[in-house]
Design a protein around this ligand. Structure first.
Ligand SMILES: Nc1ncnc2c1ncn2[C@@H]1O[C@H](COP(=O)(O)OP(=O)(O)OP(=O)(O)O)[C@@H](O)[C@H]1O
Length: 306
């Protein structure tokens, strides 16, 4: 059995040199990552990248081939630690014959609380009717049950494997606000997703997994810094000839009468300085920049393999 990694208390989730092989397939290769108290870590990657395998190893559902995992200074298989963890899995399988209320009460008993009114509040927040039978629920409502059981005991660690799949945008927003509230209370959150927009507003750091390897890890702040922005500047008059020549960080300049379209790498400061003496009526940002950065890492990887 894998022993829990010995980590300082502030690092609540740790993966040290994790490798997991299924026969000839290496699903995760020498992975290292840590999530601190009060931090949301977005684990990103396309289908098959190894996110679920990492999470299953962290929770003790599968044994690492090599390396160690640790949760709250021990291992998630230990009951006292498991009861401080909240988990939403990619596949929600629940006992179809039970009523929502009975299932949630059973989870609460396992963990020594919380009392029903707390659970009812969470159900209300997610518009989940606890009197319904699990088998009668839609996929989205079954996911809500999984979310309520994961959050109801105010866990110190949240491990969320694509938790909002199948939820409408309003509910996604509600789930994200529950996640933020736990982070603000000092919990560590590992949040896996295959798209960046889902986590970019809440994650403090992200790691990008590709074919089992962590190809990039950074803070959202730094990613934004290196991201390219496509801007459209609308001037009151025609753009003066040469105005946007040789501006630091600016490329792909296209001028059409009073409109200039540009791509900016990093800071827009030099561009703003250059146009300062001219009347700019409107600046439009086509802000798909971070997603571009994200896909850049996939593309680089594909090039390596061709
Ligand atoms: N029990 C298993 N036996 C054999 N292969 C497995 C097993 N579990 C996962 N794999 C393989 O390991 C690789 C990583 O899968 P994993 O489910 O971890 O990816 P993922 O990033 O979570 O993808 P998704 O977003 O599709 O869930 C895949 O190639 C998958 O087919």
């Amino acid at each position: 059995m894998t022993r829990g990694a010995h980590v300082p208390e502030r690092t609540l989730v740790s993966v040290d040199g994790l490798t997991k092989r299924f026969g000839n397939l290496t699903a995760v290769k020498d992975l290292n990552l840590q999530v601190s108290a009060g931090e949301i870590y977005g684990l990103l990657g396309p289908n098959g990248a190894g996110k679920t395998t990492t999470i299953r190893a962290l929770l003790g559902f599968i044994n690492p081939t090599e390396g160690r995992v640790g949760v709250l200074g021990g291992h998630a298989r230990e009951l006292d630690i498991r009861s401080r963890v909240g988990y939403v899995g990619g596949d929600v399988t629940l006992d179809r014959g039970l009523r929502v209320r009975n299932l949630l009460t059973w989870y609460a008993k396992l963990r020594g609380g919380p009392a029903w009114p707390t659970i009812q509040d969470l159900c209300d927040r997610l518009s989940l009717d606890p009197s319904r039978k699990i088998g009668q629920l839609s996929t989205g409502n079954r996911r809500k049950v999984a979310i309520v059981q994961a959050f109801m005991h105010d866990p110190d660690v949240l491990i969320l494997d694509e938790p909002t799949a199948g939820l409408d945008p309003l509910l996604q927003r509600d789930v994200l606000s529950l996640v933020r509230a736990r982070r603000d209370a000092g919990a560590s959150v590992l949040y896996s997703s295959h798209t960046l927009p889902e986590v970019e507003d809440i994650a403090d750091r992200i790691g990008i997994l590709r074919r089992g390897v962590l190809v990039h890890e950074d803070t959202i702040f730094n990613l934004r810094d290196v991201a390219r922005q496509r801007l459209e500047l609308r001037f009151a008059d025609d753009v003066p000839a040469g105005l946007l020549d040789d501006v630091e960080g600016v490329s792909e300049v296209v001028i059409d009468g009073g409109t200039a379209r540009v791509v900016v790498d990093g800071s827009v400061a030099a561009l703003v300085d250059r146009v300062a003496g001219h009347r700019v009526e409107r600046i439009v940002s086509h802000d798909d920049d971070l997603e571009d950065v994200f896909f850049e890492y996939y593309r680089d990887g594909e090039k390596e393999n061709t």
